[in-house]
Structures are given as structure tokens and as C-alpha cells.
Design a protein around this ligand. Structure first.
Ligand code: SF4
Length: 355
């Protein structure tokens, strides 16, 4: 076995993370849910979501049969909602085309919606001991430092080189037996030792051969992404109040927050009252505004203004993309994180006014 793999496997056994809810299972379904939730999200945040999700949808069949609303409701607050939509889509595909069974090789797993090469490899390594390399953000950081590789890891050329390195380092002897520990070791090292800021090189098992450490280049690697400032946008959300209920609208999918319940968003320069009349067919009186809320997406920043309006003549129509609901009930639905913050602020404000 390569020194690198051997060193990491020994280190993981003694110093790696053990006892996380998704460890110790070989069930590819449970591993898949964990791997998707862990993308861009901290372990401690994921744990309660993972447990609730597996309780509600313990296997592929349950997930495939669930409504997308039920899936997104359990995803609410975890962000990057396309992950939840893709999980559901992939479960439906497996139910329809794979007799409800999880594919058994990384190459097939990667064909499912929302599963990239590294995630497919992680699932296959953990569930089946398949000898295949992972290369998530943490592993890219470890390898660029270990080999002293210059170049932003998101660039094709650098990424291709990192894949080559990752594959060359895989355990060779008894690989099936060691792949789960080795893969976990790489993840753990990136998450707990070779961290983005203040890596703990003094405790790192790779330190004797680490190029970045030897050449005092740890702080400058990986090469950062060439920065472009994020564009800014503004929007206005409306909290339309009729007695104890507010209006939520289901966002079209695909699109930002697609399939989630959201506050009506004013799309034009006119006043909110005119917007309500023209687009929602109801009279409304503006009575308050909340302080603006800033939300950052990966590709732009959004400043959200929120206005509270009292509805005067609520139309009695019913559609499947509109719902009048109490704020307490709205907080149980699949709603985007900023809408949740706004509704919590509104509740707080109402409580203040009531005193
Ligand atoms: S020695 Fe430091 S920089 Fe090198 S792999 Fe270990 S933690 Fe990362």
C-alpha cells in the first residue's frame, strides 16, 4: 500500500471522526443522503436534518413515493434546495428503472441526478469498498498543499491534475477492505486538520512529506479563485395579512427557490398597493416596513425589502400555487431561509405590538 494511504488509514483509526450517524452503515441509500446533505454544509448542521429525513423516508421507495413538498419541507433551512429536488428525482428514477435498488458501481451512481464524480465515488467506497477516488473541496485543499500544486483547483487543468494524483494515491492491497477508512480519513483530515484557516500541521500525519509545509506555502495554497465582485440585486417581499393569515406563493421550478413557498415578490416599480390590485386582484393598505435583509447566493447578493400590508378585500379564489396560512403554519412548510427570518421577525414585531 502507498505510504500516503497507509499513513492516512492508521491516522483515521486513531484520530479520525467516529460515531457520526451515517458512519458504520453500508446502506448506500443512507450514505447517499448523508453525502448530499454534507455538500456545502457543516456536519453539526446536517445531523438533525439527516435523522429527520431518514425517519421520514427510510428507503428509496418511501422517498420516491413522497411528494416533493414533503421532501422540501424536511430540507427547509438546509439551503441549496436543488439537492433536495435531485434526491427526490433520483429516488423516482431508481424506483422506476432499477427496481428500487441503488446502483452498485460509482460509474452508474454518477448517472443519477445531482450526483457528481466525487460523491458517486464516496458512496461506492463507503457502501461497496470500490476502489475509486474522491475529490471534494476538502480533498482538493489537502492535495494542493501536500503536492504544492499552484493553480485554482476549480480550473480544468488543475482539477485534472488533482484527479490524477487522487487516483494514484488510492490503497492498492486489499483495497476493498480499506477504501471506507481511507475515504473517511481524507475527509476527516481536510475537515479537522488541513483546514482552510489555521491548519494544524503539527498534528498532521502527512507533514513529513508535505510540500507546502516544507516550503512555507501553506497559507497561499490552494490558489484562491480569481475574484469578481458579486452583482447585487434588490427585491421587495410583501406580507399580505388577512386576519391571522398571510399569503404565500409557490415558486416556479426550475428557478431560485423553485418549488418552495415564498412571500409574494413585487416585480415592478409601482407601489405595492397597485401591484396587489393589478397582479393579485385585491386592495391592500401598507402599514409597516421591516428593515432590509441581505442574502447571499453563490452568484449574486440580494437585498430584500419587506412591506406589511393589510388586505381589504381578499378574493375567495383557490389555486394550487397560493395559500393563505398562519405564520406558525408557514414556518412548518418548505420555505427559503430568508423568508423564515422575515416571518420570525414579523412574529416578534407582532408580539411587541401586542404588549
Ligand atoms: S502538513 Fe499542514 S498543509 Fe500539509 S497536509 Fe498536513 S495540515 Fe495540510
Amino acid at each position: 500500500m502507498s505510504t500516503f494511504a497507509n499513513t492516512l488509514i492508521l491516522w483515521q483509526t486513531q484520530h479520525g471522526r467516529h460515531g457520526l450517524p451515517w458512519q458504520g452503515t453500508r446502506d448506500p441509500y443512507a450514505i447517499w443522503i448523508a453525502e448530499i446533505m454534507l455538500q456545502q454544509t457543516q456536519v453539526m448542521t446536517v445531523i438533525p436534518y439527516y435523522q429527520r429525513f431518514l425517519e421520514a423516508f427510510p428507503d428509496i421507495e418511501c422517498l420516491a413515493k413522497a411528494s416533493i413538498d414533503a421532501v422540501l419541507a424536511l430540507w427547509s433551512g438546509l439551503g441549496y434546495y436543488s439537492r433536495g429536488r435531485n434526491l427526490h428525482k433520483a429516488a423516482c428514477q431508481m424506483a422506476e428503472y432499477h427496481q428500487g435498488r441503488f446502483p452498485q458501481h460509482a460509474a452508474e451512481i454518477q448517472q443519477l441526478p445531482g450526483i457528481g464524480r466525487s460523491t458517486a465515488a464516496a458512496i461506492a467506497a463507503f457502501a461497496y469498498g470500490e476502489r475509486c477516488a474522491i475529490l471534494d473541496g476538502n480533498v482538493k485543499r489537502v492535495l494542493t498543499r501536500y503536492f504544492g500544486i499552484i493553480g485554482y483547483p476549480g480550473e480544468k487543468k488543475t482539477e485534472a491534475l488533482l484527479w490524477q494524483k487522487a487516483e494514484a494515491l488510492l490503497p492498492e492491497e486489499n483495497a476493498a477492505q480499506h477504501m471506507a477508512t481511507y475515504t473517511q480519513a481524507l475527509m476527516d483530515l481536510g475537515a479537522t486538520v488541513c483546514t482552510r484557516h489555521q491548519p494544524r500541521c503539527s498534528r498532521c500525519p502527512l507533514q513529513p512529506d508535505c510540500v507546502a509545509f516544507r516550503e512555507h506555502r501553506v497559507a497561499s495554497l490552494p490558489t484562491p479563485k480569481p475574484r469578481k465582485p458579486l452583482p447585487s440585486k434588490e427585491t421587495t417581499f410583501l406580507i399580505l395579512i388577512d386576519q391571522d393569515k398571510i399569503l404565500l406563493e409557490k415558486r416556479p421550478s426550475p428557478g431560485i427557490w423553485g418549488g418552495l413557498w415564498c412571500l409574494p415578490e413585487r416585480q415592478m416599480d409601482n407601489s405595492s398597493q397597485i401591484y396587489c390590485m393589478q397582479f393579485l386582484g385585491m386592495d391592500a393598505a401598507l402599514f409597516a416596513e421591516l428593515p432590509p435583509l441581505d442574502h447571499t447566493f453563490t452568484h449574486f447578493k440580494l437585498r430584500i425589502y419587506t412591506q406589511l400590508l393589510q388586505i381589504i378585500n381578499r378574493p375567495r379564489r383557490k389555486t394550487d400555487h397560493e395559500i393563505w396560512i398562519t405564520i406558525d403554519d408557514a414556518l412548518q412548510l418548505a420555505i427559503p431561509a430568508p423568508v423564515r427570518k422575515i416571518l420570525l421577525k414579523t412574529v416578534f414585531r407582532q408580539q411587541l405590538l401586542a404588549h
